[in-house]
Write a protein that binds this ligand. Structure first.
Ligand SMILES: [Fe+2]
Length: 273
């Protein structure tokens, strides 16, 4: 006789969840309370940062957020110790994540295109952009991602490209799926692509995430909501662009990245989900 009790049918990650984990409604309430508090502080004239690195609804951010001021380093000296951009030049084919194996990956093929800009709207050419993402089922090839969604033998989920003279980049990939994580009970990340942008020196690197329009998980996600202002969160959401959609081939999404100034794309500490 098969065991149909809730414990036997529940997904493994919920069986592993600690009994003191918060529910989604508790996390959603914490987010709403903090957003209201930041809005009050801003209305009172306080300079509220665009990035809240220690955002309690995003549980691990409390342990990971810096508690001291950043250490100042000499940008030239650190180049002698920091990782290199790679041992070889970036090949054009590395911007197509669907061509890395012998077969086609499963899922919705997409084209992601955008410009890398500074705060004056000037294009930033010859910059290395790296992306990494889950497959269409929401699974990463990573030892710590063991949730019960299939790996795709034809999809690794990492690519890179150099911006052209107009500061433009273009990736061909597969739309990533949402995936569960352990922040709270029934926590799911909205579908996203991780982006890393190198400036002209290692100390200028920024890391951020691109989302897809209309994701129903936005109001529930503590990472997305660690950015207090809606206008800043909106800058992380790509726009569907039918002119970028390739007939018979792929759906098009456009997303510009602004590296500094008041319109800067929010960036995160390293090690995010
Ligand atoms: Fe992720």
């Amino acid at each position: 006789m098969s065991d149909t009790s809730p414990a036997a049918t529940a997904a493994p990650e919920s069986l592993l969840a600690a009994p003191d984990q918060a529910t989604q409604s508790q996390i959603t309430q914490e987010i709403a309370d903090l957003h209201a508090e930041y809005a009050r502080r801003e209305a009172a004239g306080e300079q509220v940062p665009t990035t809240i690195h220690d955002f309690p609804p995003y549980r691990s951010s409390i342990l990971r957020a810096p508690t001291k001021n950043p250490k100042l380093v000499d940008p030239e000296t650190i180049e002698l110790y920091s990782p290199a951009f790679g041992q070889r030049d970036v090949a054009v084919i590395e911007s197509d994540l669907t061509l890395q194996h012998s077969g086609e990956p499963l899922g919705e093929r997409i084209t992601v295109r955008g410009r890398l800009l500074d705060s004056w709207g000037r294009p930033i050419a010859n910059q290395l952009i790296e992306v990494w993402q889950a497959n269409s089922a929401g699974r990463y090839i990573h030892q710590r991602d063991q949730h019960p969604a299939p790996l795709d033998p034809n999809f690794t989920g990492a690519g890179r490209v150099i911006t052209d003279d107009a500061g433009e980049y273009l990736f061909t990939t597969i739309k990533p799926g949402p995936y569960p994580w352990k922040n709270h009970i029934n926590a799911w990340r909205p579908a996203h692509i991780h982006f890393s942008v190198f400036g002209r020196a290692f100390t200028q690197r920024i890391v951020t995430q691109m989302y897809f329009p209309g994701d129903p998980l936005f109001p529930l996600d503590p990472i997305y909501n660690s950015i207090p202002r809606q206008a800043d969160r909106d800058r992380l959401v790509s726009a569907y662009d039918h002119d970028l959609t390739v007939p018979e081939f792929s759906m098009g999404y456009r997303w510009d990245i602004v590296v500094d100034g008041p319109d800067a794309t929010w960036s995160e500490e390293e090690g995010e989900h």
